[in-house]
Design a protein around this ligand. Structure first.
Ligand code: ARG
Length: 265
């Protein structure tokens, strides 16, 4: 397999520190440092257990990665400087196509978010979903919900698959199936510059926000015991950002790629 799409991911990661340094007004400026994660922090497509979609989706996902199209998508969504539209190859929807329902939590740019201008859900994951469903001859319907609700939605069969920057974990694998990993990320502690945080030790006695049901929640719970901070669990990422800006929490444990977008705002 070609490694280039992954490398692009790495350069996106390295630009986080730079972006943190520009824009915003002094005291409220956001900064970050990296938190070593146990195991991998990759994203994969999730399916209800035993779903027949796992194999064809995985094959198409691998085609997407090997053809170099994934590189284009990574450039489009993860390179902050890139504004150019990458051809998404619209194909017309034939009548009578089976519709697959995809669950997502559209609070996670650049993976998925609501385009404020059109109300449409857009992002890296959405382009991947469109590519795969088009290739396989399905039409796609997207259902937005809290991240925490995605696994139950697969278990009850309300959605056919999930693309939500979801990391395959052993615990989740007990209830849902996963494709191969299509993107790798890192966890960061994001805080206001004025809070002066540079290591996990500095978090003692402070409040750290995480998204409910995410692996960041799990990781924060573990770290909290060691470093003596309080974990504040909320449903949507913008909500957590607001709490940080308002000073009701001191830091957020979140993915680098998603943090980057917020720090650049
Ligand atoms: N990668 C993390 C996880 O799987 C967080 C994903 C959050 N995704 C979202 N769309 N809010 O737990």
């Amino acid at each position: 397999m070609k490694k280039s799409w992954w490398m692009l991911g790495v350069s996106a990661v390295m630009s986080v520190g730079l972006l943190a340094g520009c824009g915003g007004d002094d005291a409220n400026q956001l900064v970050s440092f990296e938190v070593p994660t146990e195991g991998e922090l990759g994203s994969a497509i999730a399916f209800p257990q035993g779903s027949e979609l796992v194999e064809p989706f995985n094959e198409t996902l691998n085609e997407l990665m090997e053809s170099g199209k994934m590189d284009e998508l990574v450039l489009k969504w993860f390179d902050a400087g890139e504004t150019e539209e990458v051809d998404s190859e619209e194909t017309e929807q034939a009548d009578g196509e089976t519709t697959l329902i995809m669950g997502t939590s559209a609070d996670y740019p650049p993976y998925e978010s609501v385009d404020l201008a059109t109300g449409e859900i857009i992002g890296f994951d959405i382009d991947i979903a469109k590519y795969i469903t088009e290739e396989l001859g399905y039409s796609l319907q997207i259902e937005d919900m809290d991240f925490n609700a995605l696994i139950p939605a697969m278990e009850s069969g309300r959605v056919d698959f999930v693309l939500a920057g979801m990391t395959p974990t052993e615990e989740r694998k007990e209830n849902v199936d996963f494709s191969d990993i299509y993107y790798e990320a890192t966890n960061l502690i994001v805080s206001k510059e004025s809070t002066n945080l540079s290591s996990l030790e500095d978090l003692e006695g402070l409040k750290v926000g995480v998204q409910l049901g995410s692996i960041q929640e799990e990781e924060a719970d573990e770290l909290a015991e060691e470093y003596g901070f309080e974990v504040v669990k909320l449903n949507r990422i913008p909500e957590i950002m607001q709490e940080l800006q308002a000073g009701r929490i001191d830091a957020i444990l979140m993915e680098d790629t998603v943090a980057e977008g917020h720090m650049a705002q």
